[in-house]
Design a protein around this ligand. Structure first.
Ligand code: ARG
Length: 265
């Protein structure tokens, strides 16, 4: 009898061990939730930026809500834009959130969550600029963040070998170049440009929309190709979109209601 008890004890211990070592488990051996390493380029206010040493922004609140819903802890780390893609490709990070547009080129190498944010490119110019649409950008000096859809659209319009196009490692440097007079315009995501104009009235800048040229874009959470997390995060994103959390966060950051339906179509 004693022997039998011993055997069953050993067996159940072995079973528990295997269960906790299993890759799909959300807990580590101590029964604590697994912590996801999430990388970002925190230089894109108000979506992700640094405030007194803290990484904050709409995207950060959103990914925290999604992780919580999915039963994960997270640690968000600012690594910069280009490194995001290196880390996700090399699987040294579990996910990235950084206003990353879901596009077919990236989808060849990466997976994305379902869409969580509607965006489009926009032009930032000095107030009173003669630039009124993308057409007027012809022959003008333009700054973009390297490797963004902003760069892509400008190259589509004016060619890839365009010495008037200045590419920067982050978007703040592109805006700085405009303020210094080194370029005539910046092309970047509308939310970021409009927030900058509003928050920096003394810079005398203005934003120009061009719906004929700039397409609708949707942000997604960037994941390694084939990531097992995708199904869990998609489910959690849907929950956050449907249970009022998204609307609450959106109103906190943008003082207006989101169009959730457009994200689901
Ligand atoms: N949405 C654009 C893209 O995916 C720009 C994103 C830039 N994000 C950032 N955190 N700097 O290309």
């Amino acid at each position: 009898m004693k022997k039998l008890k011993m055997i069953s004890l050993v067996l159940s211990a072995a079973f528990l061990f295997i269960l906790s070592a299993c890759g799909t488990s959300k807990t580590n051996g101590d029964g604590e939730k697994k912590t996801l390493r999430v990388v970002t380029d925190a230089a894109y206010a108000p979506l992700e930026y640094q405030d007194k040493g803290e990484i904050v922004g709409f995207d950060i609140d959103f990914i925290k809500a999604v992780a919580k819903e999915a039963g994960y802890k997270i640690k968000v780390e600012h690594v910069g834009w280009d490194p995001i893609f290196v880390e996700i490709k090399g699987k040294t990070a579990d996910a990235a959130i950084s206003s990353i547009t879901i596009d077919s080129k990236r989808q060849q190498t990466y997976d994305f969550s379902i869409p969580y944010f509607l965006s489009k490119n926009e032009i930032l110019v000095p107030k009173g600029s003669s630039i009124k649409s993308t057409k007027d950008l012809e022959g003008k000096k333009i700054a973009v963040q390297n490797g963004t859809t902003g760069q892509e659209v400008v190259e589509k319009l004016f060619g890839e070998n365009n010495d008037k196009l200045k590419k920067f490692e982050n978007n703040n440097l592109a805006i700085l170049e405009l303020k210094k007079g080194g370029v005539d315009a910046v092309v970047a995501d509308n939310t970021v440009i409009e927030t900058y104009v509003k928050n920096n009235p003394n810079d005398n800048l203005d934003f120009i929309e061009d719906d004929a040229t700039f397409n609708k874009e949707f942000y997604g959470i960037l994941l390694p190709k084939g990531s097992k997390l995708k199904a869990e995060l998609d489910k959690a994103v849907n929950k956050v979109l449907d249970n009022g959390t998204y609307e609450k966060l959106y109103e906190k950051w943008f003082k207006t209601k989101p169009d959730i339906k457009i994200l689901k179509d």
